[in-house]
Write a protein that binds this ligand. Structure first.
Ligand SMILES: Nc1nc2c(c(=O)[nH]1)N[C@H]1C(S)=C(S)[C@@H](COP(=O)(O)O)O[C@H]1N2
Ligand SMILES: [Mo]
Length: 507
């Protein structure tokens, strides 16, 4: 590559960076998800085939989002370099490529299910700023083809022009990022429950070092969703609609929701994408209105008992989730929750309102940023994950996890504790057993059972002898069924198999 081509490519990269930075700032004001890189990233998420998505989640975990944003940025900059490199030869092709790129970003933003009216504006800003910046940079730094005998502009001028553009791009994009992350939506004052729950019994938390705390603090609660930016919902603009096959559909605003009688429930929530032994599970005290009450107000006060009926819930960011109607009508107290461990829902966990359904994985019962619940048939409308071949039946499998010792750790010999958590929401945990190497199954001590919809802590004292050891755990649910040892991956209906770890005991 000639130095002229390299310079032209650099002009393309920096022009695109400036356009993207300016667009990010404009998006922060008019429509944050319409920022070009985010809009394209969201379309990529929705279009990625399930096996590749599963591979990304298992390889990158919750870092999958930064990896995605980084990849989209990298591809954009490579194409921008190409646009720059083409400029000295064909200005039309070069400009055309930039316009095509920003046009795609604009289409990506406008086609989001939750697109705002101004979703097209950031991409337009990117196009105008990008094209003008490219013209200006190339015009200043690169002499027309055929101007022989005179050197291109001296190095200092290049550094100032390119460096200045880069700094401006970072400043604009950074300002947009500050606006997006710093601005706090107005918060809510939570009502108190009509019939508050007593504090949890002491014995549910065994207080052993290394075992997950019984109640998961909000800041440690796992976060799984497809949103690159957690939606920022102003409660003043929010409403909840119950419609579909109900006699008396209705819409209520946040004040009307908060005025309804609230209940508190302790519920363990987990993700279908959790591998055996994985981290995507947590327990919280939720405050909300039972879905049963809301559906009764819409005129559905008895369960039609038809397994083909679902509630299709929709979030402000366009996610759709299918939940069996019966699970929202029976006595398990599925909630439209507004509170989590004594505070309004954090933005990442669905502020101002979300669904929580005990016994079902989050992808079929825990819609965040909830705004609509439509009673319909499974064959009439299909949800986001259903369209991606995930199971419709999202009942939680019985699982046990070893929290301590940590896998592959070295620990000193002598008295120690093997411990963790086990869960089988709706059925409860009756027994947990641990096997050391090929020994007998030994019964672990269990924390108190607070409720069948909650996990239970467990531990087994262990005299660790030097050497390498395999530790395996299995649970038995409240119906007496032993957790299957059959290994299944998370797709399509949740991982199964026993959690087993290796530890090395040395001085
Ligand atoms: N709007 C929306 N709600 C959603 C999702 C999502 O992608 N978008 N993901 C679901 C999944 S797969 C899970 S496991 C839970 C996770 O909830 P949490 O992030 O509060 O732990 O949210 C559910 N609700
Ligand atoms: Mo999930």
């Amino acid at each position: 590559m000639s130095s002229r081509t390299a310079l032209a490519s650099a002009c393309g990269v920096l022009a695109a960076a400036l356009g993207t930075g300016a667009a990010h700032l404009v998006a922060a004001v008019v429509s944050p998800p319409a920022s070009p890189v985010l809009a394209v990233g969201s379309q990529v998420i929705d279009a990625t085939p399930t096996p590749i998505k599963e591979w990304a989640v298992s390889t990158f975990g919750t870092a999958d989002k930064p990896v995605l944003i980084g990849s989209v940025t990298l591809v954009t900059l490579l194409l921008a370099a190409l646009s720059g490199a083409l400029h000295p030869r064909s200005r039309i092709t070069s400009t055309g490529l930039l316009v095509l790129l920003t046009g795609l970003a604009g289409a990506a933003a406008v086609l989001r299910p939750s697109a705002d009216n101004l979703a097209w504006l950031p991409a337009l800003v990117a196009a105008v700023v990008g094209v003008l910046a490219l013209e200006a940079l190339v015009g200043r730094l690169i002499l027309p083809e055929g101007t022989h005998g005179r050197p291109d502009q001296p190095g200092r001028r290049r550094v100032v022009a390119l460096g200045g553009t880069g700094v401006a791009a970072l400043a604009l994009g950074g300002a947009g990022q500050v606006l997006v992350t710093r601005s706090r939506p107005p918060t809510l004052t939570l009502p108190t429950a009509a019939d508050p729950l007593p504090p949890l019994a002491k014995g549910v938390d065994l207080g052993k070092a290394g075992i997950s705390p019984f109640v998961t603090p909000n800041k440690d609660f796992y976060r799984i969703d497809t949103a690159l930016l957690a939606p920022r919902v102003d409660p003043g603009d929010w409403s909840l609609t119950i419609d579909g096959d109900v006699p008396d559909g209705f819409t209520i605003d946040i004040d009307e929701l908060l005025a309804l009688p609230m209940v508190e429930r302790d519920i363990t929530l987990n993700c279908v994408s959790n591998e055996v032994g994985g981290p995507y599970i947590g327990t919280a005290r939720w405050l909300g209105v039972p879905t049963r009450e809301l559906l009764a107000r819409a005129g559905l006060d008895t369960d039609p008992g038809d397994p083909d009926l679902q509630v299709l819930s929709t979030s402000t960011d366009g996610m759709t989730i299918s939940t069996p109607l019966s699970a929202l009508l029976d006595d398990r107290d599925a909630l439209v929750a507004v509170g989590m461990n004594g505070t309004p829902l954090p933005r990442e966990h669905g502020f101002p309102a979300r669904l929580v359904t005990p016994g079902l994985y989050g992808f079929v019962g825990a819609t965040k940023w909830l705004t609509r619940m439509t009673v319909t048939r499974y064959d009439a409308e299909s949800a986001y994950w259903t369209d991606r071949d995930w199971a419709t039946d999202g009942r939680v499998h019985t699982q046990a996890r070893i929290d301590t010792p940590r896998a592959l750790r070295r620990i000193p010999p002598g008295r120690t504790v093997i411990g963790g958590v086990a869960w089988a929401q709706r059925r409860g945990i009756e027994r947990v057993e641990v096997r050391i190497d090929d020994g007998e199954w030994q019964r672990a001590t269990l924390g108190l059972e607070a409720d069948v919809d909650l996990w239970r802590q467990w531990f087994l004292p262990w005299d660790a002898t030097p050497g390498r050891h395999d530790l395996t755990v299995r649970a038995t649910d409240g119906t007496g069924e032993v957790q299957t040892r059959e290994q299944a991956p998370p797709f399509p209906s949740g991982a199964t198999g026993w959690h087993s770890i290796a530890v090395t005991v040395t001085d």
